[in-house]
Design a protein around this ligand. Structure first.
Ligand SMILES: *Cc1c(COP(=O)(O)O)cnc(C)c1O
Length: 225
């Protein structure tokens, strides 16, 4: 199957409320161009170095999403152009993104990542940690970031009941934060959940942004991506 066919099959299956982030990590420019030609404009990458190479080589109307774990010292490299940073998991990182937003005279959209899986290896806040941060004056002074919602990764398991439970938990966190902290903040509307193996479950449980890689571009070559 070609990239364009895969892409259109998935796109046509999504409800209109759900946006597709085509996860192009490890894939060459030619593959991204093929998806672009087929109409895709939103791409997700998980490495700053790859974004630095791919961004200048591809059309300027692509929206680049950083979906991986981001180190504070690398924010400066993507701050001028990144459209959305999905995996924000510390106050330190929020402050650094704000600082780089200010330097670049822009407001950078971010999602707060929550730890919903059973595996310890996955990153993310707990709800309590985030509420502590949101209450601080330090946070309220961050004018160069816009919190646009939440992101989470479910456990890597065949147990669909478990996966459903975790996505549902993310939706509940979103609702609670929306009601208690972001009621008048129109940007706070995204739930980034679901990948190739579980996006259908995610969509049934509130997802507005699905991050799909291998079902579009084929399997990746190395196991650590
Ligand atoms: C790689 C990756 C994806 C896409 O995974 P697939 O299983 O290939 O669809 C989604 N989200 C994150 C955070 C990733 O790192």
């Amino acid at each position: 199957m070609s990239i364009a066919v895969n892409l259109n099959t998935i796109k046509n299956s999504l409800p209109s409320t759900v946006e597709l982030v085509a996860v192009s990590k490890t894939k060459p420019i030619e593959d991204i161009s093929e998806a672009y030609e087929a109409g895709q404009r939103v791409f997700g990458e998980n490495k700053v170095q790859e974004l630095q190479v791919k961004h200048p080589a591809l059309p300027k109307d692509i929206e680049w999403h950083m979906i991986g774990h981001l180190q504070s010292n690398k924010v400066k490299y993507i701050a001028p152009f990144v459209s959305l940073i999905h995996g924000v998991d510390s106050f330190k990182l929020l402050k650094e993104i704000n600082k780089q937003g200010k330097k670049n005279d822009r407001i950078i959209k971010v999602l707060l990542q929550f730890h919903i899986a059973t595996e310890q290896t996955k990153f993310g806040f707990s709800q309590l940690e985030v509420e502590e941060i949101l209450k601080t004056e330090d946070f309220q002074n961050l004018n160069h970031i816009s919190i646009s919602g939440v992101m989470g990764m479910a456990s890597n398991t065949e147990d669909k009941t478990q996966v459903r439970k975790e996505f549902n938990q993310l939706k509940e966190i979103f609702n609670r934060l929306k009601n208690n902290y972001f009621q008048n903040h129109s940007d706070f509307k995204e739930i980034s959940s679901g990948m190739s193996g579980d996006y259908q479950i995610a969509i049934k449980n509130g997802s507005t942004l699905v991050r799909i890689g291998s079902s579009i571009f084929g399997a990746r070559n190395y196991a650590n991506h």
